[in-house]
Ligand binder design. Structure first.
Ligand code: GSH
Length: 228
């Protein structure tokens, strides 16, 4: 597996058609990403695990590049554009695409992760948003939202008690698809989060945040500019 499969596609695509490591940017899938987005994080985690080289285009959400919007008018990150023009514009689909091509760490082997990931989206994320960004939602009360989101975290804590990871004895798709959102939840008020009675979730999250893999996907890229 490549140590860092992301090619820094920070400038003109045609001007930098080689990354110096023998991988042609023009042959690599293009990943539009935003460093702090949990959806983009989960996509980057799977891409790095798969070892697939991608051309990384860091975007600003307030100033999305035209090339990205042309490929994916819905305007969310992550988006991946394959060399044959196919566009994958949902983070979970990007994870499944990458791991479907190459899954050296066996992330897909941990049972059916999809219901738990769907529950993250349906039962946790809306409350997380109302907790973290209460001012954006009419009538949202952050403490009420935090309590509602906590039900999902407690569910995870119970699952982690069985085998250490959501996917089983090793981290897999469910862990890496969900961890970036639990991290976002924890970081709203770390003192509160780590004082709660969910020791396995706390350890699971701490191990993730301290991991080399997380550091690898959080490397800072300059914002990609359409200069050509
Ligand atoms: N369902 C999408 C959601 C992605 C998403 O909402 N990403 C956010 C950033 S974390 C975004 O791009 N929002 C658009 C914006 O803020 O303009 C996925 O799973 O990829």
């Amino acid at each position: 597996m490549s140590a860092n499969p992301a090619i820094n596609d920070a400038s003109c695509r045609t001007a930098c058609d080689q990354d110096g490591k023998g991988v042609s940017v023009s042959d690599a899938p293009i990943l539009y990403s935003f460093r702090r987005c949990p959806y983009a994080m989960r996509a980057r985690l799977a891409i790095v695990s798969s070892g697939i080289a991608v051309a990384h285009r860091e975007v600003l959400l307030r100033d999305k590049p035209k090339a990205m919007l042309d490929a994916s008018p819905k305007g969310t990150v992550p988006v991946i554009v394959l060399p044959d023009g196919v566009v994958i514009e949902e983070s979970l689909d990007i994870m499944l695409w990458a791991l479907g091509r190459n899954d050296p760490e066996g992330w897909l082997g941990g049972g059916d992760a999809l219901p738990l990931i769907a529950a993250c989206q349906q039962d946790f994320k809306p409350h997380l948003d109302r907790y973290k960004y209460a001012q954006r939602y009419d009538g949202a009360d952050p403490v009420t939202a935090r309590a509602a989101a906590s039900a999902y975290v407690r569910l995870l804590d119970g699952m982690l008690a069985e085998t250490g990871f959501l996917a089983g004895r090793d981290a897999g798709l469910a862990d890496y698809a969900i961890l970036p959102f639990v991290r976002q939840f924890a970081h709203v008020d770390r003192d509160w989060f780590y004082a709660q009675d969910w020791p396995r979730v706390s350890r699971w999250l701490t191990d993730f945040v301290d991991s080399a893999r997380f550091a690898q996907v959080m490397v800072k890229h300059p914002v990609w500019r359409e200069v050509c």
